[in-house]
Write a protein that binds this ligand. Structure first.
Ligand code: ARG
Length: 293
């Protein structure tokens, strides 16, 4: 046996502790947004893949939505493409969009799909273009033109349901098919928002956002001040009082979008910790912040 030695009694205790959650979640849909450190560090990556396969094995209809920020950045640099930022968002011109699509759909998506397959799981890599899975229009941030940045208008859930029914994990990159004012183009969509929109459309039980922070901290300076659980209403208060600030605002906005759309629970977890997904799902305490509708 490798690893730290725990007794067989401990091993079965872990399984038995997980049983009520396995019973509760089997047959339900969980949408996971994969991003940040957990996508870069090899050991963390391998742990995420195991978690997803285990979830799928116990009957959780698992949907994976991924980003790819650093790889897009690296490729833009490699081809000598300068980026212009509008209100902190990357202006996506035609050339940039080509790179985004190549890197996200061609490279990152297939790498993740390959890892799941190689680890003995079943995965089907898709982007929002395939089967018209994600269709969107141009997104304007406070009237500012961002180029080919999209906001999702429709999610074709039939495509996803088919993949899930076949027992595979759909691995989705957040590139959408343009419709309306964006017809004829493909669009760069924020992966957190895509995950939330997909969770709503597919009537998911949970949305889980993997981030590089512990969760919502009551005091941003104090790592011991993690808020483990709160309601949608309490979240609104934390926003008003400024406890939720800066980078946490868009994350919690995605959670609100999902919860308001009928998703029962939204979780913000720390992807820097190995097996964060399994800990959150199959223990009472979890590891991050859980927001309930
Ligand atoms: N495992 C349970 C669930 O997924 C409880 C998780 C509790 N997590 C938390 N951050 N308080 O619903």
């Amino acid at each position: 046996m490798k690893g730290t030695s725990i007794s067989n009694n401990d091993r079965v205790e872990v399984l038995v502790h997980a049983l009520p959650y396995i019973q509760a979640f089997t047959g339900k849909t969980v949408v996971v947004k994969y991003g940040g450190n957990a996508m870069i560090n090899e050991a963390l990556k391998a742990a995420v893949i195991q978690d997803l396969i285990l979830m799928s094995c116990v009957g959780i209809r698992t949907v994976l939505v991924h980003g790819g920020g650093p790889e897009i950045e690296a490729m833009l640099n490699a081809v000598g493409k300068e980026s212009r930022f509008v209100q902190g968002l990357r202006y996506t011109d035609e050339e940039t969009m080509e790179v985004v699509q190549m890197v996200l759909c061609g490279k990152v998506n297939k790498d993740i799909t390959a890892l799941i397959q190689q680890a003995g799981g079943k995965a089907l890599g898709l982007c929002g273009i395939d089967g018209g899975l994600l269709q969107g229009r141009l997104f304007k941030s406070e009237g500012e033109d961002l180029g080919l940045v999209g906001e999702i208008e429709t999610v074709n859930t039939a495509v996803l349901e088919n993949v899930l029914d076949s027992g595979a994990i759909p691995v989705i990159s957040s590139v959408a098919l343009g419709v309306g004012d964006a017809a004829g183009h493909t669009l760069n969509v924020n992966a957190d928002i895509a995950a939330a929109e997909i969770a709503v459309a597919i009537k998911a039980e949970k949305l889980i956002l993997m981030t590089d922070v512990q969760g919502i901290l009551r005091n941003i300076q104090d790592p011991d001040s993690l808020i483990k659980q709160l309601s949608r209403a309490e979240l609104e208060n934390l926003k008003k009082t400024g406890v939720v600030s800066k980078g946490m605002i868009p994350k919690t906005d995605c959670c609100s979008l999902a919860l308001d759309g009928g998703v029962r629970k939204a979780h913000i977890i720390d992807g820097r910790l190995p097996h964060a997904l399994l800990i959150e799902l199959f223990t009472d305490e979890g590891i991050g912040t859980m927001i309930e509708r």
